[in-house]
Design a protein around this ligand. Sequence first.
Ligand code: BGC
Length: 816
Amino acid sequence: MTTPSVDAPVDLDALIARLSLEEKVELLTGRDFWSTVPIESIGLRSMTLSDGPSGVRGPVWDERSPSLNLPSASSLSASFDPAVAYRYGRVAAAEARRKGVDVVLGPTINIHRSPLGGRHFEAFSEDPRFTADLAAAYVNGLQDAGVGATPKHYVANDFETERYTADVQVSERALREVYLLAFERAIVESRAWLVMSAYNSINGTTATENDLLTSPLVDEWGFDGVVVSDWTAVRTVDSAKADQHLVMPGPHGPWGAALVKAVRDGEVPEAAIDDKVRRLLRLAQRVGALGDSAAAAVEAEDGPTFAREASAEGMVLLENRGLLPWDASALRSVAVLGSNAEQARTQGGGSATVVPERVDPPLECLVKALPGVDVRYSVGAINQVGLAGLQGDAIVNPVTGGPGARVTFRDADGGELFFEDRLATEFVWFGGDAPIAASRRVETDFTLVPKADAEVEIGCAVTGHARLWIDGELRIDEFLTPEGDDLGAAMLSPRATGVPVSLRAGVPVEVRFEVDLGERDDALAGALAFTVGTRPVQSSPEEMIAEAARVAAESDVAVVVVGTNEKVESEGFDRDSLALPGHQDALVEAVAAVNPRTVVIVNAGSPVLMPWRERVGAVLLGWFGGQEFGHALVDVLTGVVEPGGRLPTTWPAAEADVPVLDVTPVDGVVRYDEGIHVGYRAWLRADATPAYWFGHGAGYATFEAFDLTVDGPVTADRDATVEVTVRNTGDRAGKHVVQLFAEREDSTVERPVRWYVGHAVARLDVAEEARLRIVLSHRALAHWDGGWQVEGGSYTLRAGTTAAELPLTVEVEARD
Ligand code: BGC
């Protein structure tokens, strides 16, 4: 492993002394959307920051510069394996280097407080300690390879509605024990080089100006890195007084000349500026952007091979009535149903999006993996929400005659400024070469060549004045304004409109789309995103379901791939329902009614309701499984590998049962009144029963766990070691996850009914036995009361397979 030296003998203060106040302040705002300002005179090059976190997009959002699309975070955390998270970080680091990226804007480690949270798919878990374990490993994987990690969004950004302005009212105790705890290990132990401050306020002060940046982050946890703002989160010069160090994006922003003046007027001490610059230079040193310290090459395992393994490691077998794994040699026919079987979702929406080179849909993977088996497909139910962009094989560029579309940028007089020949029709430009700010109009031209007859809408999604011509006829002429004032959402989830068109197989349709940028909000200058695409018109849901059920009835087994998509689970908004979109529930019910050998694959990044879950043969949760999802799915169905995942968050049976659901600010405020009782803790306190508890899931082997012991008391100076024996009692090798929770009866303070303190993973051959160890620290038993306090006396430790199935117990004594 090559780790660049972080202690190269460069005197940062001597470098700072060579800079004028103007130069120092200039450094503190980005050069553009993704990079920092270079200063040649001190040997500082520009550093590039990029989303992430499930892969690395790089500075352009463009299908011509594809990225490895790793499984989303809820899949990664379901692996329950920090070793997988470490490898994930390392593979991401190799991608970062390949794309010239110094810093990955992740991991996202906000808490799964409500299942409606729009970025749930992008975060790890409802449990803070568990989140911290996985996050620390991911940070190590990145940084050991010389690429900066950015745990985000600090802090309490656990929902999206009104995220720029919402104020989270939360007790100090809940902050410490839940929301800050998720970050603590990544800072204190993994020593993350950056942290991203959030958009929201916490207890009345916006995150970029909040005292929480100083305490605990800097003064208690010893954070010596850079607090980078979420994009446009810094709003005032005053924020320079806080431990907010870098404003992104740039080059315009609230600091600049106003901050130089504030320093000259004595309102902001120059020492505060020097501290920020020192941190930035330290980061530059770490990533190899200062002086001669070149960025280290990263050796990592093959990305797609790892992505396939990681996807299977995260898959959670929620139900299995003896159906899985299949004996592929005995299969004669398989019915594959559901729109996600043909168009799997491999990631959620928003800034976490990367553009994969290719995604092989589950249907295609099944066909390839089962030669000689009659695999028949019927869509059954459409779940597409919003417009889907078109890909190169369905469209022709009228200028080149090749696949794709021509995009032309024009000035106010209609003169051509720039063009791109693109391979798909979903476009996002944040900076890059396209002259967005100088353009008045952007035109997109392509010819759609339908493969089959279909009734569709052709339309566009954009913020701005949209005009769309179909075969030369102006069909849309409308100014599309964003919903709400979230600029990120205006960019990444703009409003859509469409008009009906009857497509005939092989009959070309000429499409021209034009967006007039003249009347747009200035804040969007320099950035542009739009999609030109289609959405299906669903004529008869009943007929489609009946046709799918007919195919299922005629097959040995049926596989229904249900799920959501990036228009349902995304940054910029929260979900308004936990139900699967469209008619997917009815599809599963109809298929299960005619074929008891029905396997349902859930292709979603967050909890969804599954009213049919007890009436089907098996339910396998594949999450947003990354670009290799289809292959991993086949590996698991056919038993080549096990489903390795366990739920990192409790899944409800009904929305009304969820103890903490609310994500909508009231008069701008979201009250975290449940305090420390989040996730399974809230379910336990309410004495409510979910569909599946935190930890639920099984592989294909069976296990026995026994002999839970602890080696003595736990004190401030001495961790205790908890041990348990695990034996594989099944007929194949397998993975077992032992989870450990603590309880304190008759506590003098309010506590969760029980709380997670650690887990261990065993991978054992048939009849193999192992003694697993979990280290129990004093802090794992502590509560916050103006400081960390450990109530002396006896705690019950309970071990088992979910937050509610914990058959083994042992007492541990806590002392000072
Ligand atoms: C998101 C961040 C992201 C940033 C840059 C923001 O809208 O909240 O997570 O890193 O944009 O794309």
